[in-house]
Design a protein around this ligand. Structure first.
Ligand SMILES: [Zn+2]
Length: 113
């Protein structure tokens, strides 16, 4: 992660380090807010290798059994406004009729809105 931080905008130092909410430059003392996605963040890709991003719409590519219930998320179910998270289930989303749920990116496919 460290080596993927952007260089200092003031002096172009590449020794940038990450503070709690700011990026810090040890060479000129400049501090600036961390904006946008940090490069090097784990990429989340769908079943066919499309890069996924927060807010994307995906469809489920196979029936997925719901843990602890008899429910199933049917193949073809459209899921809007996904949110990427860290972990085994790397997609956070809300499915109508089911509620908030975590999905695995390998079982979805990105669709154009
Ligand atoms: Zn600097």
């Amino acid at each position: 992660m460290i080596e993927s931080l952007p260089p200092c905008p003031e002096c172009r130092s590449t020794y940038t380090y990450e503070g709690e909410t700011l990026l810090n430059c040890p060479e000129c003392g400049h501090e600036w807010p961390l904006t946008g996605p940090v490069e090097g963040r784990t990429e989340v890709r769908d079943s066919v290798g499309n890069l996924l991003a927060d807010g994307d719409t995906v469809t489920v590519i196979k029936d997925l059994k719901l843990k602890g219930s008899s429910g199933v998320i049917k193949v073809g179910t459209k899921v809007r406004s996904i949110r990427l998270v860290d972990g085994d289930h790397d997609i956070d989303c809300r499915i109508p009729g089911i509620g908030a749920i975590g999905l695995k990116s390998q079982f979805v496919k990105k669709v154009a809105d």
